[in-house]
Design a protein around this ligand. Structure first.
Ligand code: PLP
Length: 375
C-alpha cells in the first residue's frame, strides 16, 4: 500500500488535500519574492549578536526565561518610540509573528469559531486559522469606482455584521496589495463586531508613507484590539524568527494558556535583544528601501504597467496578460518575484538599487511596453 494513502487516511479530514505554504526558496541572483530585507545585518550588530550568544552559551543547560522579560521590555520600549506608550505587560512575542498569530487563534479561535479576513491579504491568515480548527470566512476587498484592492468602511462593516466572526484580521499595510488601511476602517470594524478579537497585522508598519498612523494609537481602552509586528522585514532579521504583538495585558495573559513552555529559546531572546539594542542601525536601510519601492512604482508605470500604491517594502503590479508566464520569464532572467495568485498581477520586493535595476530591465525585456503609455 502506498504510504501516502495510509497517511492521507489518518490525517484530520479537514487537512486532507491541502497544500502547504510554499514560497519557492530558489538560489537566484535576484531574490525579490518574500519581502525580506535585502541588506545583510550590519557588522557592528553581527559582533553584538555573536557576543550575546557567546555570553549565554554556557547557560544553555538551563531552560530560557519563560517570560522573556528583558526582550519584552526592549520590545515595549521600541514600540513606545512611536509616541504611543506601550508597557512590557502589553507585549507578547513568538518565533515569528506567525507563531504569535497561531497563539491568538489557539486562544480565541478553535472548533465552532470563525475568523474573517479581507482577501487578497496575507496568505498565512487562512492557513493558521484552519490549522487551529477555526473556520475561515473569506471576506472581500474592492470598491466600486475606486481602487480594486481598497477596503472601505461600509463594505468592511457590512461583511463583519453578516458573518459575526470571533476573530477579524486586518492587514495594514496590506500584503500583497501594499496599501495601508485608514484607522477609520479599524475602528469601524472593531465597533461592528462587539464580541470579536480584532487583529491588525502591521508587519510592514515601518515602511508606511509619512502620515500613516499605526493602530497602536487605538489600543488604549480597546481590550479586543491586537496589533502584531515582526522583526522579519524592516528589522532585517527574518532568520532570527521574532514576531510580537501589543494588546491589553489580559490578552497577553490568555496567550500563556496555549504557548508551549519556554517557546522562545535562550539564543532567540539573546539575538533579538542584541538587535533591538542597535535598533537605529538595524533600521538604517528602511529609507533606502522605501526609495527603491517608489522607484519600482515609477519604473513600472513608465513601462505601461499598473503598480498599486504601496506603504510596504514591495509593490503589486499588473496588469499582465499571463502573470505565470511573466513570472517564469523573469526567473529565466535571474529575477525571482512572487505569484500571489491574483490573476494578471505579480508582487516584487523592494531591495537594493542594483536589484531594482535588474528587475526593471527584466520586466522591460519580458513585457512589451504598452503603446501610448511609455514616456
Ligand atoms: C512577512 C509577514 C509576516 C511576518 O511573519 P514572521 O513570522 O514574523 O516572519 C506577518 N504578516 C505579514 C502580513 C507578512 O507579510
Amino acid at each position: 500500500m502506498d504510504p501516502r494513502t495510509t497517511v492521507e487516511a489518518m490525517l484530520r479530514p479537514d487537512l486532507r488535500g491541502r497544500t502547504a505554504y510554499g514560497a519557492p526558496q530558489l538560489d537566484v541572483p535576484v531574490a525579490l519574492n518574500t519581502n525580506e530585507n535585502s541588506y545583510p545585518v550590519p557588522p557592528v550588530v553581527v559582533e553584538a549578536i555573536a557576543d550575546a550568544v557567546r555570553a549565554v552559551a554556557a547557560g544553555l543547560n538551563r531552560y530560557p526565561d519563560r517570560e522573556f522579560t528583558a526582550l519584552r521590555t526592549a520590545l515595549a520600549a521600541y514600540l513606545s518610540r512611536s509616541g504611543t506608550p506601550v508597557g512590557p505587560g502589553a507585549v507578547w512575542a513568538g518565533n515569528g509573528s506567525n507563531e504569535v498569530l497561531l497563539h491568538l487563534l489557539q486562544a480565541f479561535g478553535g472548533p465552532g469559531r470563525t475568523a474573517l479576513g479581507f482577501t487578497p491579504a496575507y496568505s498565512m491568515h487562512p492557513i493558521i486559522t484552519t490549522t487551529t480548527g477555526t473556520t475561515w470566512v473569506d471576506g472581500l476587498r474592492g470598491v466600486e469606482g475606486a481602487g480594486a484592492f481598497d477596503l472601505d468602511v461600509a463594505s468592511a462593516v457590512a461583511q463583519v455584521r453578516a458573518h459575526r466572526p470571533d476573530v477579524v484580521f486586518l492587514c495594514s499595510p496590506n500584503n500583497p496589495t501594499g496599501t495601508a488601511l485608514g484607522l477609520d476602517v479599524v475602528v469601524a470594524v472593531h465597533d461592528a463586531a462587539p464580541d470579536a478579537l480584532v487583529v491588525v497585522d502591521e508587519a510592514y508598519a515601518e515602511f508606511a508613507r509619512p502620515g500613516t498612523p499605526s493602530a497602536l494609537t487605538l489600543l488604549a481602552g480597546r481590550p479586543r484590539l491586537v496589533v502584531t509586528r515582526t522583526m522579519s522585514k524592516a528589522f532585517a532579521l527574518a532568520g532570527g524568527r521574532l514576531g510580537y504583538l501589543a494588546a491589553d495585558p489580559a490578552v497577553t495573559d490568555a496567550l500563556r494558556l496555549v504557548r508551549m513552555p519556554y517557546h522562545l529559546s535562550t539564543q532567540t531572546q539573546a539575538v533579538a535583544l542584541a538587535a533591538l539594542e542597535h535598533a537605529d542601525l538595524m533600521l538604517e536601510t528602511v529609507g533606502a528601501i522605501k526609495e527603491q519601492r517608489d522607484r519600482l512604482v515609477s519604473g513600472l508605470t513608465a513601462l505601461g504597467l499598473d503598480p498599486v500604491p504601496s506603504d510596504a517594502n514591495f509593490v503589486l503590479f499588473g496588469t499582465l496578460e499571463d502573470a505565470r508566464a511573466t513570472w517564469q520569464e523573469l526567473l529565466d532572467r535571474g529575477v525571482l518575484v512572487r505569484d500571489v495568485g491574483i490573476p494578471h498581477y505579480l508582487r516584487v520586493t523592494a531591495g537594493t538599487p542594483e536589484e531594482t535595476t535588474r528587475f526593471l530591465e527584466a520586466v522591460a525585456a519580458a513585457v512589451p511596453t504598452r503603446t501610448g503609455a511609455a514616456p
